[in-house]
Design a protein around this ligand. Structure first.
Ligand code: ADP
Length: 618
Protein backbone atom coordinates (compact mmCIF):
# COMPACT_ATOMS: atom_id res chain seq x y z
CA UNK A 1 0.00 0.00 0.00
CA UNK A 2 1.55 3.24 -1.02
CA UNK A 3 -1.10 5.71 0.10
CA UNK A 4 -1.48 5.70 3.84
CA UNK A 5 -4.81 6.96 5.00
CA UNK A 6 -5.76 7.13 8.65
CA UNK A 7 -8.86 5.16 9.41
CA UNK A 8 -11.10 6.60 12.10
CA UNK A 9 -13.07 4.15 14.23
CA UNK A 10 -15.43 4.26 17.18
CA UNK A 11 -14.59 2.52 20.43
CA UNK A 12 -16.97 -0.22 21.46
CA UNK A 13 -19.76 1.15 23.71
CA UNK A 14 -18.36 -0.55 26.83
CA UNK A 15 -14.92 0.95 26.20
CA UNK A 16 -16.52 4.39 25.94
CA UNK A 17 -18.12 3.86 29.31
CA UNK A 18 -14.85 2.77 30.89
CA UNK A 19 -13.03 5.71 29.31
CA UNK A 20 -15.67 8.14 30.43
CA UNK A 21 -15.27 7.06 34.04
CA UNK A 22 -11.49 6.82 33.86
CA UNK A 23 -11.16 10.28 32.37
CA UNK A 24 -13.74 12.10 34.45
CA UNK A 25 -13.41 10.60 37.89
CA UNK A 26 -11.32 12.39 40.42
CA UNK A 27 -8.89 9.66 41.10
CA UNK A 28 -5.92 9.78 43.43
CA UNK A 29 -3.77 6.82 42.39
CA UNK A 30 -3.30 7.84 38.81
CA UNK A 31 0.25 6.55 38.82
CA UNK A 32 -1.01 2.98 38.41
CA UNK A 33 -1.24 3.57 34.67
CA UNK A 34 2.54 3.05 34.55
CA UNK A 35 2.22 -0.30 36.20
CA UNK A 36 -0.49 -1.30 33.72
CA UNK A 37 1.56 -0.37 30.67
CA UNK A 38 4.75 -1.99 31.98
CA UNK A 39 2.78 -5.10 32.82
CA UNK A 40 1.40 -5.22 29.26
CA UNK A 41 4.94 -4.81 27.93
CA UNK A 42 6.14 -7.66 30.10
CA UNK A 43 3.26 -9.88 28.91
CA UNK A 44 4.12 -9.10 25.30
CA UNK A 45 7.75 -10.11 25.93
CA UNK A 46 6.77 -13.32 27.66
CA UNK A 47 4.48 -14.23 24.80
CA UNK A 48 7.35 -13.62 22.40
CA UNK A 49 9.76 -15.71 24.44
CA UNK A 50 7.31 -18.55 24.20
CA UNK A 51 6.77 -18.13 20.47
CA UNK A 52 10.50 -18.21 19.89
CA UNK A 53 10.51 -21.81 21.06
CA UNK A 54 8.40 -22.93 18.14
CA UNK A 55 8.45 -20.21 15.46
CA UNK A 56 11.48 -19.71 13.25
CA UNK A 57 10.20 -16.80 11.28
CA UNK A 58 10.07 -13.84 13.64
CA UNK A 59 10.26 -10.20 12.54
CA UNK A 60 13.25 -8.21 13.87
CA UNK A 61 14.47 -11.27 15.73
CA UNK A 62 17.74 -9.82 17.00
CA UNK A 63 16.12 -7.35 19.42
CA UNK A 64 16.77 -7.61 23.14
CA UNK A 65 13.95 -8.75 25.41
CA UNK A 66 13.73 -5.57 27.45
CA UNK A 67 11.41 -2.77 28.43
CA UNK A 68 12.45 0.83 27.99
CA UNK A 69 10.68 3.66 29.71
CA UNK A 70 11.61 7.18 28.70
CA UNK A 71 10.43 10.54 29.94
CA UNK A 72 10.59 13.89 28.19
CA UNK A 73 9.81 16.91 30.32
CA UNK A 74 9.96 19.35 27.44
CA UNK A 75 7.50 17.41 25.32
CA UNK A 76 5.46 16.41 28.38
CA UNK A 77 5.50 12.70 27.51
CA UNK A 78 6.24 9.31 29.00
CA UNK A 79 6.96 6.43 26.63
CA UNK A 80 6.89 2.72 27.35
CA UNK A 81 8.53 0.55 24.73
CA UNK A 82 8.85 -3.21 24.52
CA UNK A 83 10.22 -5.56 21.89
CA UNK A 84 7.48 -8.11 22.45
CA UNK A 85 4.95 -9.63 20.06
CA UNK A 86 3.40 -6.36 18.90
CA UNK A 87 0.04 -6.14 17.14
CA UNK A 88 -1.24 -6.22 13.58
CA UNK A 89 -4.26 -4.20 12.42
CA UNK A 90 -6.89 -6.70 13.56
CA UNK A 91 -5.23 -7.09 16.94
CA UNK A 92 -5.10 -3.33 17.44
CA UNK A 93 -8.82 -3.07 16.74
CA UNK A 94 -9.71 -6.03 18.89
CA UNK A 95 -7.35 -5.37 21.82
CA UNK A 96 -7.43 -1.61 22.11
CA UNK A 97 -10.93 -0.90 20.78
CA UNK A 98 -13.00 -3.44 22.65
CA UNK A 99 -12.98 -4.86 26.13
CA UNK A 100 -10.93 -8.01 26.06
CA UNK A 101 -9.87 -7.73 29.62
CA UNK A 102 -11.87 -9.33 32.42
CA UNK A 103 -10.77 -6.71 34.95
CA UNK A 104 -12.38 -4.01 32.85
CA UNK A 105 -15.58 -6.01 32.59
CA UNK A 106 -15.72 -6.48 36.33
CA UNK A 107 -14.99 -2.80 36.76
CA UNK A 108 -17.90 -1.79 34.51
CA UNK A 109 -20.25 -4.17 36.19
CA UNK A 110 -19.31 -2.93 39.65
CA UNK A 111 -19.68 0.67 38.51
CA UNK A 112 -23.13 -0.10 37.12
CA UNK A 113 -24.13 -1.70 40.38
CA UNK A 114 -22.61 0.84 42.72
CA UNK A 115 -23.13 3.99 40.74
CA UNK A 116 -20.41 5.86 38.89
CA UNK A 117 -19.74 8.09 41.86
CA UNK A 118 -17.74 5.48 43.69
CA UNK A 119 -14.19 6.51 42.93
CA UNK A 120 -12.66 3.79 45.04
CA UNK A 121 -13.81 1.21 42.58
CA UNK A 122 -11.22 2.23 40.05
CA UNK A 123 -8.60 1.34 42.61
CA UNK A 124 -9.98 -2.16 42.96
CA UNK A 125 -9.83 -3.16 39.34
CA UNK A 126 -7.13 -2.88 36.77
CA UNK A 127 -8.54 -1.19 33.72
CA UNK A 128 -5.38 -2.05 31.81
CA UNK A 129 -4.36 -0.03 28.81
CA UNK A 130 -7.26 2.40 29.19
CA UNK A 131 -5.88 3.63 32.50
CA UNK A 132 -3.43 5.71 30.44
CA UNK A 133 -6.31 8.05 29.72
CA UNK A 134 -6.41 9.07 33.37
CA UNK A 135 -3.38 11.22 32.64
CA UNK A 136 -3.23 11.48 28.85
CA UNK A 137 -4.23 14.20 26.49
CA UNK A 138 -3.43 11.73 23.75
CA UNK A 139 -2.06 8.18 23.57
CA UNK A 140 -0.15 6.97 20.53
CA UNK A 141 0.80 3.34 19.98
CA UNK A 142 3.48 2.50 17.42
CA UNK A 143 3.66 -1.19 16.77
CA UNK A 144 4.83 -3.99 14.52
CA UNK A 145 3.67 -7.55 14.96
CA UNK A 146 6.16 -10.42 15.26
CA UNK A 147 4.72 -11.77 12.04
CA UNK A 148 7.06 -11.05 9.16
CA UNK A 149 4.28 -10.38 6.65
CA UNK A 150 2.62 -7.70 8.82
CA UNK A 151 2.86 -3.91 8.38
CA UNK A 152 3.76 -1.39 11.05
CA UNK A 153 0.95 0.75 12.48
CA UNK A 154 0.28 3.87 14.42
CA UNK A 155 -2.81 3.94 16.66
CA UNK A 156 -3.91 7.19 18.21
CA UNK A 157 -6.70 8.45 20.47
CA UNK A 158 -7.55 11.23 22.89
CA UNK A 159 -9.86 8.89 24.78
CA UNK A 160 -13.08 10.55 23.68
CA UNK A 161 -15.04 7.99 21.74
CA UNK A 162 -12.86 7.43 18.67
CA UNK A 163 -9.39 6.34 17.62
CA UNK A 164 -7.36 6.35 14.42
CA UNK A 165 -5.24 3.64 12.85
CA UNK A 166 -2.72 4.34 10.15
CA UNK A 167 0.00 2.27 8.53
CA UNK A 168 3.41 3.41 9.64
CA UNK A 169 6.74 2.41 8.10
CA UNK A 170 9.97 1.82 9.97
CA UNK A 171 8.47 0.38 13.16
CA UNK A 172 10.46 -2.07 15.20
CA UNK A 173 8.91 -5.24 16.54
CA UNK A 174 6.79 -4.79 19.64
CA UNK A 175 4.93 -1.75 20.91
CA UNK A 176 5.86 1.77 21.83
CA UNK A 177 3.21 3.62 23.80
CA UNK A 178 3.65 7.37 23.89
CA UNK A 179 1.53 9.07 26.51
CA UNK A 180 1.16 12.82 25.96
CA UNK A 181 0.37 14.05 29.43
CA UNK A 182 -2.39 16.48 30.36
CA UNK A 183 -1.31 19.87 31.62
CA UNK A 184 -1.88 18.93 35.27
CA UNK A 185 -0.20 15.53 35.00
CA UNK A 186 3.28 16.66 34.00
CA UNK A 187 4.78 14.98 37.07
CA UNK A 188 4.83 11.71 35.09
CA UNK A 189 7.30 13.23 32.65
CA UNK A 190 9.79 13.64 35.50
CA UNK A 191 12.46 10.98 35.75
CA UNK A 192 12.65 10.88 39.56
CA UNK A 193 8.92 10.57 40.01
CA UNK A 194 8.71 7.74 37.48
CA UNK A 195 11.70 5.96 39.01
CA UNK A 196 9.90 5.75 42.35
CA UNK A 197 6.78 4.39 40.71
CA UNK A 198 8.68 1.74 38.76
CA UNK A 199 10.55 0.59 41.84
CA UNK A 200 7.29 0.37 43.68
CA UNK A 201 5.05 -1.38 41.21
CA UNK A 202 7.25 -3.18 38.78
CA UNK A 203 9.82 -4.87 40.96
CA UNK A 204 8.91 -8.29 39.65
CA UNK A 205 9.06 -7.71 35.94
CA UNK A 206 11.04 -10.70 34.67
CA UNK A 207 12.83 -8.63 32.00
CA UNK A 208 15.42 -5.88 32.15
CA UNK A 209 13.60 -2.62 32.81
CA UNK A 210 15.32 0.66 31.95
CA UNK A 211 14.37 4.23 32.70
CA UNK A 212 16.02 6.75 30.39
CA UNK A 213 18.74 4.19 29.71
CA UNK A 214 19.41 3.36 33.34
CA UNK A 215 18.54 -0.08 34.71
CA UNK A 216 15.89 -0.31 37.41
CA UNK A 217 16.60 -3.16 39.78
CA UNK A 218 13.99 -5.84 39.75
CA UNK A 219 13.46 -8.78 42.06
CA UNK A 220 12.47 -11.31 39.41
CA UNK A 221 11.31 -14.84 40.02
CA UNK A 222 10.30 -14.82 43.66
CA UNK A 223 9.01 -18.38 43.50
CA UNK A 224 12.54 -19.72 42.95
CA UNK A 225 13.76 -18.27 46.23
CA UNK A 226 13.42 -20.09 49.50
CA UNK A 227 10.60 -18.94 51.74
CA UNK A 228 13.01 -17.66 54.41
CA UNK A 229 14.48 -15.15 51.94
CA UNK A 230 11.18 -13.54 51.07
CA UNK A 231 9.46 -10.87 53.12
CA UNK A 232 5.72 -10.56 53.63
CA UNK A 233 5.77 -7.29 51.72
CA UNK A 234 7.46 -8.98 48.77
CA UNK A 235 4.82 -11.70 48.69
CA UNK A 236 2.04 -9.12 48.71
CA UNK A 237 3.68 -7.02 46.03
CA UNK A 238 4.38 -10.05 43.92
CA UNK A 239 0.74 -11.11 44.13
CA UNK A 240 -0.38 -7.68 42.95
CA UNK A 241 2.08 -7.79 40.12
CA UNK A 242 1.46 -11.34 39.01
CA UNK A 243 -2.32 -11.41 39.35
CA UNK A 244 -2.55 -7.83 38.17
CA UNK A 245 -4.60 -7.31 41.28
CA UNK A 246 -5.31 -4.33 43.44
CA UNK A 247 -6.36 -6.24 46.52
CA UNK A 248 -4.06 -7.91 49.03
CA UNK A 249 -3.80 -11.68 49.12
CA UNK A 250 -5.58 -13.35 52.04
CA UNK A 251 -2.80 -15.90 52.43
CA UNK A 252 -0.43 -17.89 50.30
CA UNK A 253 1.48 -21.12 49.89
CA UNK A 254 5.13 -21.05 48.91
CA UNK A 255 5.87 -24.64 48.09
CA UNK A 256 8.93 -26.30 46.59
CA UNK A 257 9.82 -29.94 46.01
CA UNK A 258 12.67 -31.79 44.30
CA UNK A 259 11.24 -35.24 43.94
CA UNK A 260 9.43 -36.90 42.31
CA UNK A 261 9.06 -33.66 40.35
CA UNK A 262 10.94 -30.44 40.62
CA UNK A 263 8.33 -27.88 41.61
CA UNK A 264 8.61 -24.27 42.67
CA UNK A 265 5.26 -22.73 43.29
CA UNK A 266 3.62 -19.78 44.86
CA UNK A 267 -0.15 -19.96 45.23
CA UNK A 268 -2.26 -17.06 46.50
CA UNK A 269 -5.82 -16.82 47.73
CA UNK A 270 -7.18 -13.41 46.74
CA UNK A 271 -9.24 -11.09 48.88
CA UNK A 272 -12.06 -10.80 46.42
CA UNK A 273 -14.06 -13.53 44.80
CA UNK A 274 -14.38 -11.98 41.36
CA UNK A 275 -17.24 -14.29 40.41
CA UNK A 276 -19.32 -12.46 43.01
CA UNK A 277 -19.18 -9.44 40.74
CA UNK A 278 -21.13 -11.40 38.17
CA UNK A 279 -18.47 -11.39 35.48
CA UNK A 280 -19.00 -15.07 34.85
CA UNK A 281 -16.46 -17.78 35.26
CA UNK A 282 -12.93 -16.78 36.16
CA UNK A 283 -10.06 -18.00 34.04
CA UNK A 284 -7.53 -20.23 35.79
CA UNK A 285 -5.15 -17.81 37.50
CA UNK A 286 -2.05 -19.88 38.24
CA UNK A 287 0.51 -19.44 35.48
CA UNK A 288 2.71 -22.25 34.30
CA UNK A 289 6.45 -21.70 33.90
CA UNK A 290 9.39 -23.87 33.02
CA UNK A 291 12.64 -22.45 34.39
CA UNK A 292 11.27 -18.91 34.46
CA UNK A 293 9.90 -19.11 30.90
CA UNK A 294 6.17 -18.55 30.82
CA UNK A 295 4.40 -21.45 29.14
CA UNK A 296 0.81 -20.45 29.72
CA UNK A 297 -0.62 -17.52 31.65
CA UNK A 298 -4.01 -19.19 32.18
CA UNK A 299 -3.46 -22.91 31.75
CA UNK A 300 -6.64 -24.98 31.62
CA UNK A 301 -6.11 -28.35 33.20
CA UNK A 302 -3.09 -27.50 35.33
CA UNK A 303 -5.21 -27.35 38.46
CA UNK A 304 -8.76 -28.66 38.96
CA UNK A 305 -11.50 -26.30 37.79
CA UNK A 306 -12.69 -25.47 41.29
CA UNK A 307 -9.26 -23.99 42.09
CA UNK A 308 -9.66 -21.29 39.46
CA UNK A 309 -9.84 -18.61 42.20
CA UNK A 310 -6.20 -19.25 43.12
CA UNK A 311 -3.56 -16.95 41.60
CA UNK A 312 0.16 -17.43 41.36
CA UNK A 313 2.89 -19.34 39.63
CA UNK A 314 3.96 -22.92 39.15
CA UNK A 315 7.39 -23.57 37.72
CA UNK A 316 8.64 -27.04 36.94
CA UNK A 317 12.00 -27.73 35.35
CA UNK A 318 10.71 -31.16 34.34
CA UNK A 319 8.28 -29.77 31.79
CA UNK A 320 9.16 -29.93 28.13
CA UNK A 321 9.56 -26.29 27.09
CA UNK A 322 7.61 -26.70 23.90
CA UNK A 323 4.59 -28.22 25.57
CA UNK A 324 1.52 -26.88 23.79
CA UNK A 325 -1.87 -26.03 25.19
CA UNK A 326 -3.34 -29.04 23.42
CA UNK A 327 -0.77 -31.53 24.60
CA UNK A 328 -0.99 -30.24 28.17
CA UNK A 329 -4.19 -32.18 28.75
CA UNK A 330 -2.47 -35.50 28.01
CA UNK A 331 0.76 -34.79 29.75
CA UNK A 332 1.46 -37.11 32.66
CA UNK A 333 3.79 -34.51 34.16
CA UNK A 334 0.94 -32.01 34.25
CA UNK A 335 -1.27 -34.59 35.91
CA UNK A 336 1.36 -35.27 38.54
CA UNK A 337 1.91 -31.56 39.11
CA UNK A 338 -1.81 -31.07 39.49
CA UNK A 339 -2.12 -33.85 42.01
CA UNK A 340 0.76 -32.72 44.18
CA UNK A 341 -0.27 -29.07 44.14
CA UNK A 342 -3.95 -29.69 44.82
CA UNK A 343 -3.17 -31.91 47.80
CA UNK A 344 -0.66 -29.45 49.14
CA UNK A 345 -3.09 -26.57 48.72
CA UNK A 346 -5.85 -28.45 50.54
CA UNK A 347 -3.44 -29.30 53.31
CA UNK A 348 -2.57 -25.63 53.64
CA UNK A 349 -6.28 -24.74 53.96
CA UNK A 350 -6.75 -27.38 56.64
CA UNK A 351 -3.75 -26.06 58.57
CA UNK A 352 -5.06 -22.53 58.19
CA UNK A 353 -8.29 -23.57 59.81
CA UNK A 354 -6.43 -24.97 62.81
CA UNK A 355 -3.91 -22.19 63.28
CA UNK A 356 -5.95 -19.22 62.26
CA UNK A 357 -9.68 -20.04 62.46
CA UNK A 358 -10.87 -16.48 61.87
CA UNK A 359 -8.92 -16.14 58.65
CA UNK A 360 -10.26 -19.47 57.49
CA UNK A 361 -13.80 -18.50 58.44
CA UNK A 362 -13.66 -15.37 56.36
CA UNK A 363 -12.13 -17.28 53.46
CA UNK A 364 -14.92 -19.83 53.74
CA UNK A 365 -17.57 -17.14 53.74
CA UNK A 366 -16.33 -15.80 50.42
CA UNK A 367 -14.99 -18.89 48.68
CA UNK A 368 -16.97 -21.91 49.93
CA UNK A 369 -18.82 -22.14 46.61
CA UNK A 370 -15.55 -23.29 45.02
CA UNK A 371 -14.98 -25.95 47.66
CA UNK A 372 -18.52 -27.19 47.16
CA UNK A 373 -18.02 -27.25 43.43
CA UNK A 374 -14.87 -29.27 44.12
CA UNK A 375 -16.78 -31.88 46.10
CA UNK A 376 -19.20 -32.26 43.20
CA UNK A 377 -16.66 -32.24 40.36
CA UNK A 378 -13.30 -33.43 41.68
CA UNK A 379 -13.71 -37.08 42.56
CA UNK A 380 -10.06 -37.67 43.44
CA UNK A 381 -9.97 -34.95 46.10
CA UNK A 382 -13.59 -35.16 47.19
CA UNK A 383 -13.14 -36.29 50.76
CA UNK A 384 -10.21 -33.98 51.43
CA UNK A 385 -12.26 -31.01 50.26
CA UNK A 386 -15.30 -32.22 52.21
CA UNK A 387 -13.21 -32.03 55.39
CA UNK A 388 -13.22 -28.27 54.92
CA UNK A 389 -17.00 -27.95 54.66
CA UNK A 390 -18.82 -26.35 57.56
CA UNK A 391 -22.48 -26.54 58.55
CA UNK A 392 -24.54 -25.56 61.52
CA UNK A 393 -26.33 -28.41 63.24
CA UNK A 394 -28.79 -29.28 65.99
CA UNK A 395 -25.73 -29.40 68.28
CA UNK A 396 -24.31 -25.98 67.42
CA UNK A 397 -25.39 -22.48 68.27
CA UNK A 398 -26.76 -20.36 65.50
CA UNK A 399 -23.81 -18.83 63.62
CA UNK A 400 -21.30 -21.48 64.78
CA UNK A 401 -20.70 -24.12 62.14
CA UNK A 402 -19.16 -27.54 62.63
CA UNK A 403 -17.20 -29.88 60.38
CA UNK A 404 -18.38 -33.33 59.38
CA UNK A 405 -15.29 -34.72 61.07
CA UNK A 406 -16.37 -33.15 64.37
CA UNK A 407 -19.91 -34.40 63.84
CA UNK A 408 -18.55 -37.93 63.65
CA UNK A 409 -16.74 -37.58 66.98
CA UNK A 410 -20.10 -36.80 68.58
CA UNK A 411 -21.90 -39.81 67.07
CA UNK A 412 -23.13 -42.40 69.52
CA UNK A 413 -21.91 -45.98 69.19
CA UNK A 414 -25.19 -47.16 67.67
CA UNK A 415 -25.46 -44.31 65.13
CA UNK A 416 -24.41 -45.55 61.72
CA UNK A 417 -25.27 -42.67 59.41
CA UNK A 418 -24.63 -38.94 59.24
CA UNK A 419 -27.89 -37.02 59.06
CA UNK A 420 -28.56 -33.73 57.35
CA UNK A 421 -31.61 -31.77 56.43
CA UNK A 422 -32.02 -29.23 53.71
CA UNK A 423 -34.08 -26.06 54.14
CA UNK A 424 -34.03 -22.41 53.23
CA UNK A 425 -32.71 -21.42 56.67
CA UNK A 426 -31.84 -22.86 60.06
CA UNK A 427 -35.05 -21.46 61.40
CA UNK A 428 -37.26 -23.04 58.77
CA UNK A 429 -35.62 -26.42 59.32
CA UNK A 430 -36.03 -26.11 63.08
CA UNK A 431 -39.70 -25.27 62.84
CA UNK A 432 -40.49 -28.15 60.45
CA UNK A 433 -41.66 -31.60 61.58
CA UNK A 434 -38.56 -33.57 60.60
CA UNK A 435 -36.19 -32.90 63.47
CA UNK A 436 -38.43 -34.18 66.27
CA UNK A 437 -37.59 -37.81 65.77
CA UNK A 438 -33.85 -37.06 65.75
CA UNK A 439 -33.88 -34.69 68.66
CA UNK A 440 -35.89 -37.01 70.86
CA UNK A 441 -33.25 -39.67 70.21
CA UNK A 442 -30.32 -37.30 70.70
CA UNK A 443 -29.20 -37.66 67.06
CA UNK A 444 -27.38 -34.69 65.55
CA UNK A 445 -28.61 -33.30 62.23
CA UNK A 446 -26.60 -30.97 60.00
CA UNK A 447 -28.48 -27.99 58.59
CA UNK A 448 -27.74 -27.48 54.93
CA UNK A 449 -29.15 -24.28 53.52
CA UNK A 450 -27.30 -23.53 50.30
CA UNK A 451 -29.04 -25.00 47.20
CA UNK A 452 -25.73 -26.41 45.94
CA UNK A 453 -25.45 -28.44 49.17
CA UNK A 454 -28.05 -30.88 47.90
CA UNK A 455 -25.67 -31.82 45.13
CA UNK A 456 -22.73 -31.74 47.49
CA UNK A 457 -24.40 -34.23 49.81
CA UNK A 458 -25.53 -36.57 47.06
CA UNK A 459 -22.13 -36.52 45.31
CA UNK A 460 -20.29 -37.01 48.53
CA UNK A 461 -22.57 -39.92 49.43
CA UNK A 462 -20.45 -40.89 52.37
CA UNK A 463 -17.75 -39.48 54.57
CA UNK A 464 -15.19 -41.48 56.48
CA UNK A 465 -17.10 -44.65 55.59
CA UNK A 466 -20.39 -43.33 56.91
CA UNK A 467 -23.40 -42.67 54.75
CA UNK A 468 -24.81 -39.18 54.49
CA UNK A 469 -28.57 -39.49 54.82
CA UNK A 470 -31.23 -36.85 54.42
CA UNK A 471 -33.42 -36.78 57.52
CA UNK A 472 -36.60 -36.57 55.48
CA UNK A 473 -36.04 -39.92 53.77
CA UNK A 474 -38.67 -42.53 54.50
CA UNK A 475 -36.09 -45.28 54.85
CA UNK A 476 -34.06 -43.59 57.58
CA UNK A 477 -33.44 -46.18 60.22
CA UNK A 478 -34.18 -44.81 63.65
CA UNK A 479 -33.75 -46.69 66.88
CA UNK A 480 -37.10 -47.28 68.61
CA UNK A 481 -38.09 -44.45 70.83
CA UNK A 482 -39.51 -45.01 74.24
CA UNK A 483 -43.21 -45.45 73.48
CA UNK A 484 -45.69 -45.39 76.29
CA UNK A 485 -48.70 -46.05 74.14
CA UNK A 486 -51.12 -45.10 76.86
CA UNK A 487 -52.69 -42.00 75.48
CA UNK A 488 -52.14 -43.00 71.85
CA UNK A 489 -54.64 -44.53 69.44
CA UNK A 490 -54.93 -48.27 69.90
CA UNK A 491 -53.53 -50.50 67.13
CA UNK A 492 -57.08 -51.17 65.92
CA UNK A 493 -58.00 -47.48 65.89
CA UNK A 494 -54.77 -46.69 64.11
CA UNK A 495 -55.36 -49.28 61.47
CA UNK A 496 -58.91 -48.15 60.86
CA UNK A 497 -57.76 -44.52 60.57
CA UNK A 498 -54.82 -45.17 58.27
CA UNK A 499 -56.88 -47.38 55.97
CA UNK A 500 -59.63 -44.83 55.78
CA UNK A 501 -57.20 -42.00 55.12
CA UNK A 502 -55.35 -43.92 52.47
CA UNK A 503 -58.59 -44.36 50.61
CA UNK A 504 -59.45 -40.68 50.93
CA UNK A 505 -56.06 -39.40 49.76
CA UNK A 506 -55.91 -41.94 46.95
CA UNK A 507 -53.03 -41.70 44.50
CA UNK A 508 -51.41 -38.83 46.29
CA UNK A 509 -50.00 -41.19 48.89
CA UNK A 510 -47.95 -44.33 48.57
CA UNK A 511 -48.83 -45.28 52.10
CA UNK A 512 -50.38 -43.92 55.28
CA UNK A 513 -48.83 -45.27 58.47
CA UNK A 514 -48.52 -44.54 62.16
CA UNK A 515 -45.26 -42.75 62.78
CA UNK A 516 -42.44 -43.52 65.16
CA UNK A 517 -40.79 -40.21 64.44
CA UNK A 518 -43.22 -37.62 65.66
CA UNK A 519 -43.58 -36.13 69.10
CA UNK A 520 -45.05 -32.65 68.59
CA UNK A 521 -46.36 -32.50 65.05
CA UNK A 522 -49.58 -34.25 63.98
CA UNK A 523 -48.22 -35.63 60.72
CA UNK A 524 -45.36 -35.59 58.25
CA UNK A 525 -44.83 -36.58 54.63
CA UNK A 526 -41.62 -38.39 53.79
CA UNK A 527 -39.64 -38.40 50.64
CA UNK A 528 -39.88 -41.73 48.86
CA UNK A 529 -37.58 -40.87 45.99
CA UNK A 530 -34.01 -40.22 47.09
CA UNK A 531 -32.99 -39.14 43.60
CA UNK A 532 -35.56 -36.34 43.51
CA UNK A 533 -35.80 -34.38 46.70
CA UNK A 534 -38.41 -31.64 47.12
CA UNK A 535 -35.66 -29.03 46.69
CA UNK A 536 -34.47 -30.57 43.45
CA UNK A 537 -38.03 -30.69 42.18
CA UNK A 538 -38.44 -27.03 42.98
CA UNK A 539 -35.21 -26.16 41.25
CA UNK A 540 -36.24 -28.11 38.16
CA UNK A 541 -39.59 -26.43 38.12
CA UNK A 542 -37.91 -23.06 38.35
CA UNK A 543 -35.46 -23.94 35.62
CA UNK A 544 -37.56 -25.36 32.84
CA UNK A 545 -40.95 -25.52 31.30
CA UNK A 546 -41.08 -29.27 31.45
CA UNK A 547 -40.53 -29.11 35.18
CA UNK A 548 -43.68 -27.04 35.52
CA UNK A 549 -45.70 -30.03 34.39
CA UNK A 550 -43.95 -32.58 36.55
CA UNK A 551 -46.56 -34.78 38.21
CA UNK A 552 -46.48 -34.87 42.00
CA UNK A 553 -44.95 -38.07 43.28
CA UNK A 554 -46.94 -40.12 45.80
CA UNK A 555 -45.55 -39.59 49.29
CA UNK A 556 -45.55 -41.60 52.47
CA UNK A 557 -47.85 -39.93 55.00
CA UNK A 558 -47.08 -40.60 58.64
CA UNK A 559 -49.48 -39.82 61.48
CA UNK A 560 -48.70 -39.13 65.12
CA UNK A 561 -51.04 -41.46 67.07
CA UNK A 562 -50.56 -39.41 70.23
CA UNK A 563 -51.52 -36.09 68.75
CA UNK A 564 -54.92 -34.74 69.75
CA UNK A 565 -55.72 -33.64 66.24
CA UNK A 566 -55.12 -37.13 64.84
CA UNK A 567 -57.11 -38.69 67.66
CA UNK A 568 -59.98 -36.30 66.95
CA UNK A 569 -59.98 -37.22 63.29
CA UNK A 570 -60.13 -40.90 64.27
CA UNK A 571 -63.18 -40.22 66.43
CA UNK A 572 -64.81 -37.93 63.89
CA UNK A 573 -64.32 -40.46 61.13
CA UNK A 574 -67.29 -42.44 62.48
CA UNK A 575 -69.57 -39.54 63.39
CA UNK A 576 -68.98 -36.85 60.74
CA UNK A 577 -67.05 -38.33 57.88
CA UNK A 578 -67.33 -35.22 55.74
CA UNK A 579 -65.67 -32.99 58.32
CA UNK A 580 -63.08 -35.69 59.15
CA UNK A 581 -62.23 -35.83 55.50
CA UNK A 582 -61.88 -32.04 55.17
CA UNK A 583 -59.64 -31.84 58.25
CA UNK A 584 -57.49 -34.73 56.98
CA UNK A 585 -57.00 -32.92 53.69
CA UNK A 586 -55.86 -29.89 55.62
CA UNK A 587 -53.39 -31.84 57.75
CA UNK A 588 -52.03 -33.47 54.60
CA UNK A 589 -51.67 -30.07 52.90
CA UNK A 590 -49.83 -28.71 55.95
CA UNK A 591 -47.41 -31.63 55.93
CA UNK A 592 -46.76 -31.17 52.20
CA UNK A 593 -46.15 -27.50 52.82
CA UNK A 594 -43.51 -28.32 55.47
CA UNK A 595 -41.88 -30.73 53.05
CA UNK A 596 -41.59 -28.03 50.43
CA UNK A 597 -43.89 -29.94 48.11
CA UNK A 598 -46.74 -27.47 48.04
CA UNK A 599 -46.20 -24.68 45.53
CA UNK A 600 -49.70 -23.28 45.56
CA UNK A 601 -50.32 -21.58 48.88
CA UNK A 602 -53.70 -20.28 47.78
CA UNK A 603 -54.96 -23.85 47.52
CA UNK A 604 -53.95 -24.47 51.12
CA UNK A 605 -55.67 -21.30 52.30
CA UNK A 606 -58.83 -22.18 50.39
CA UNK A 607 -58.89 -25.62 52.05
CA UNK A 608 -58.41 -24.04 55.45
CA UNK A 609 -61.34 -21.67 54.92
CA UNK A 610 -63.56 -24.58 53.91
CA UNK A 611 -62.71 -26.46 57.09
CA UNK A 612 -63.35 -23.39 59.22
CA UNK A 613 -66.69 -22.87 57.46
CA UNK A 614 -67.71 -26.44 58.14
CA UNK A 615 -66.72 -26.18 61.80
CA UNK A 616 -68.63 -22.96 62.39
CA UNK A 617 -71.74 -24.30 60.70
CA UNK A 618 -71.85 -27.51 62.62
P1 ADP B 1 -4.92 -6.96 29.55
O1 ADP B 1 -3.49 -6.63 29.37
O2 ADP B 1 -5.28 -7.20 30.96
O3 ADP B 1 -5.43 -8.05 28.65
P2 ADP B 1 -5.30 -4.32 28.46
O4 ADP B 1 -6.51 -3.47 28.28
O5 ADP B 1 -4.19 -3.73 29.23
O6 ADP B 1 -5.78 -5.66 29.12
O7 ADP B 1 -4.76 -4.76 27.06
C1 ADP B 1 -5.62 -5.37 26.13
C2 ADP B 1 -4.85 -6.20 25.16
O8 ADP B 1 -4.04 -5.40 24.31
C3 ADP B 1 -3.87 -7.16 25.79
O9 ADP B 1 -4.50 -8.36 26.18
C4 ADP B 1 -2.89 -7.41 24.64
O10 ADP B 1 -3.40 -8.39 23.75
C5 ADP B 1 -2.88 -6.08 23.93
N1 ADP B 1 -1.71 -5.30 24.34
C6 ADP B 1 -1.65 -4.33 25.27
N2 ADP B 1 -0.41 -3.84 25.38
C7 ADP B 1 0.37 -4.53 24.52
C8 ADP B 1 1.76 -4.51 24.16
N3 ADP B 1 2.62 -3.69 24.75
N4 ADP B 1 2.17 -5.37 23.20
C9 ADP B 1 1.31 -6.23 22.62
N5 ADP B 1 0.00 -6.29 22.90
C10 ADP B 1 -0.47 -5.46 23.84
Amino acid sequence: MSEKVAEKREFQAEVKQVLDIVVHSLYTDREVFIRELVSNASDALEKLRHLQLTEKDIFDDSLEAEINVTTDETAGTITIQDFGIGMNREELVENLGTIAHSGSKAFLKAIQENGSKNENLIGQFGVGFYSAFMVAEEVTVYTHSWKTDAEGYCWKSDGSGTYEIEESDGQRRGAKIVVKLKEDQQEFAKSDRVKGILENYSAFVPFPLNLNGEKINTVGALWLKSASEVTEEEYKDFYKFQANAFDEPRFWLHFSADAPLEINSLLFVPQQNMEQFGIGRMEPGVSLYCRKVLIDRHPEGLLPEWMRFARGVVDSADLPLNISRESMQDSSIIRKLSKVLTRRFLKMLAEKEKKDPDTFKDFYKNFSQFLKEGVVSDASNREQIAKLLRYESTHTESGTPTSITDYITRMGSDQKDIFYLFGSSRQSIESGPYLEAFQSRGLEVLFVTDPIDEFVMSHLGEFDGKKLVSADRQDVELPDADESGEDALSPEESESLTNWMKEKLGERVSDVVVSKRLTDSPAVVLNTDASMTPQMRRMMKAMNQEGANMPDMPVRFELNPKHSLIKSIAALQNTDEELASAVSEQVFAGARLSAGLEDDNSKVVKGMNEVLGKLLNR
